[in-house]
Design a binder for this molecule. Structure first.
Ligand SMILES: C[S@@+](CC[C@H](N)C(=O)[O-])C[C@H]1O[C@@H](n2cnc3c(N)ncnc32)[C@H](O)[C@@H]1O
Length: 302
């Protein structure tokens, strides 16, 4: 993966094609059936990135035409290029998800995956999404509690000292608090979504957990496992811990945590990544690696 991206495009690191494998197709089909949205026609994929979420949904929405919007022209072009067989049913364009260029009630289904975690004011963005959703339409959101990932570790670190794990939780919490303080979003927004959806006036709020765990086990025989291992090793080679040191430090400082503790916490975090990466290179890393990835649905009152 390229390392010469401008800083603001570093979310490219999160566009690993493992996203194609985040959901079981039969689980998506089950949720579509539960929600009765199989025949929706006008779908908005807000914050579409390079189109992974749309390509997960479209096989289950045979009558749908999907409009994808993203603020990054580069992702919009790539989503267009990757549409493949879905091209006749997709159109991607540049737009801000907080100020959409669509009339009221333009869509039967408004959906997004891992987008609200990046916005400063999720309530305002939800209000904008509801504006373009028709009365009786469905809002479908896939958002995580990313902090949970810090507690899910592989075989090499299962028995690590409690203090070491707590340092990682502390650093992760500081990153999340700092990111929020900087107005860049909340990586564990899922915890707040039931309340935000209720406050937005939505009915029939439902919530499920993704039934797919991102398990890896030697010899990493499946493509999804290979992509996850590849992304992790790529992160290690960059010298990152989820984010670059510059971003982690920026968030940490903004969190208000004691500045003098940062170096120790960063070293601990990098050592954990390096330990896991070494085990992967030796073909000895295994993990269930689950995190809390939720699917929310709600109905706009008719
Ligand atoms: C983590 S990515 C998720 C992409 C896609 N939904 C997926 O699941 O693969 C978040 C995306 O939201 C976009 N984004 C964040 N804030 C945005 C905004 N205010 N307007 C438009 N796009 C935004 C980013 O450019 C990025 O492509």
């Amino acid at each position: 993966m390229s390392t010469d991206l401008p800083q603001h495009l570093h979310s490219a690191a999160y566009f690993g094609d493992q996203r194609d494998y985040w959901w079981h197709a039969d689980f998506v089909a089950l949720c579509v059936a539960r929600l009765g949205i199989g025949q929706v026609e006008r779908v908005l994929d807000a914050g579409c990135g390079v189109g992974h979420w749309g390509r997960v949904l479209l096989p289950h929405l045979p009558a749908a035409h999907l409009t994808g919007v993203d603020r990054e022209p580069r992702w919009v072009q790539e989503a267009t290029d990757r549409a493949g067989d879905f091209a006749p049913r997709c159109a991607y364009q540049v737009a801000d998800v907080a100020v959409l260029p669509f009339a009221d009630a333009s869509f039967d289904l408004v959906t997004a995956q891992t987008v609200l975690i990046h916005v400063a004011d999720p309530a305002a963005v939800l209000a904008e999404w509801l504006r373009v959703l028709r009365p009786g339409g469905t809002l479908l959101l896939a958002e995580p509690n990313n902090l949970s990932g810090t507690m899910s570790v592989g075989a090499p670190r299962h028995g690590e000292p409690i203090e070491r794990r707590l340092d990682l939780v502390r650093l992760h919490m500081a990153v999340e608090r700092g990111k929020r303080a900087l107005g860049e979003g909340d990586n564990s927004i899922a915890d707040l979504l039931p309340g935000l959806l209720r406050a937005a006036g939505l009915d029939a709020i439902r919530c499920w957990l993704d039934d797919r765990a991102p398990m890896v086990v030697p010899p990493y025989a499946s493509i999804d496992q290979q992509l996850m291992i590849q992304d992790f090793l790529d992160m290690d080679e960059r010298g990152w811990w989820g984010w670059s040191r510059a971003d982690v430090e920026r968030y940490y400082v903004a969190s208000g945590q004691p500045a003098g503790d940062f170096e120790h916490l960063w070293r601990t975090a990098r050592a954990a990544v390096a330990q896991d990466a070494a085990a992967m290179r030796a073909g000895q890393f295994s993990a269930a690696w689950g995190g809390l990835h939720y699917l929310f649905a709600a109905t706009k009152p008719g």
